[in-house]
Design a protein around this ligand. Structure first.
Ligand SMILES: *C/C=C(C)/C=C/C=C(C)/C=C/C1=C(C)CCCC1(C)C
Length: 240
């Protein structure tokens, strides 16, 4: 049997394997969050259901990847970089979709959605090249990725998306602001993890660390946190 086929869902985990532990907790947290979002759907007005559904899809897609990643780590003791990036390529555009969906009340156009999706794909594809394809130039790929990341930050904090949020006002504006902080602070954990996991001019400053622990913590904060902000917005707007 080849290596991929022999991956099983029950592999050994040592008590000292804290990386494996964060993968395990990630599986459970993402699953629980998905159940929570899906089961809450019927309580909301129709126009909010899609947003909460997308929150659930984000954590559900992550849950499935976490099962694979946990097992990959347990079997090979290596970072599951490929599954990690497949997960992100699916879930980060869905997070861009969340911005678009809540800003639709203020007239957000599809061009805003596509712009953000393109920025996020540039950010992730270049990040993958730096980690998996051309790690000797990790810092160059990381820099390009970082520029795309700042384009997203700019768009939501100061660009078109921020203007739409201001026009929407009320609960949409407050939710948008919290999501902006998630992207600025919560998402910044990823480039930090990248710098701990790759070699570059920054290695002397930061030292080396476990990239998966950083990514797993960041995913839990960002995917579940993002979903809860949307959930909260849906609860408040349904009551009004
Ligand atoms: C659910 C997954 C999320 C929100 C993933 C977000 C990932 C990033 C913001 C990654 C950013 C990166 C950089 C800004 C530079 C280095 C390479 C990356 C891809 C780690």
């Amino acid at each position: 049997m080849n290596n991929l086929l022999s991956i099983s869902l029950v592999s050994k985990m040592l008590p000292t394997d804290y990386v494996g532990f964060t993968f395990f907790i990630g599986c459970m947290a993402m699953m629980a969050a998905s159940a929570f979002f899906f089961l809450s759907l019927s309580q909301f007005d129709k126009k909010w259901r899609v947003s909460v559904l997308v929150s659930g899809l984000i954590t559900f897609i992550a849950a499935v990847h976490y099962f694979y990643m946990r097992d990959y780590w347990a079997s090979f003791g290596e970072s599951p970089t490929f599954f990690r990036y497949v997960d992100w390529v699916l879930t980060v555009p869905l997070m861009c979709l969340e911005f678009y969906l809540i800003l639709k009340v203020a007239g957000a156009k599809q061009s805003l959605l596509w712009k953000m999706i393109i920025y996020s794909l540039v950010m992730l594809v270049t990040g993958y090249f730096g980690e998996a394809v051309d790690p000797t130039n990790a810092w160059v790929w990381g820099l390009v990725s970082g520029i795309a990341y700042f384009a997203i930050v700019y768009e939501i904090w100061l660009g078109e998306a921020s203007k739409l949020a201001a026009a929407a006002g009320g609960e949409v504006l407050s939710a948008h602001k919290i999501l902006c902080w998630f992207v600025l602070v919560g998402w910044a954990i990823y480039p930090l993890g990248y710098m701990l996991g790759t070699d570059g001019w920054y290695t002397g400053l930061l030292g080396k660390g476990n990239v998966d622990v950083a990514y797993n913590i960041a995913d839990a904060i960002n995917k579940i946190g993002f979903g809860l902000v949307i959930y909260n917005l849906a609860v408040k707007s349904t009551k009004e």
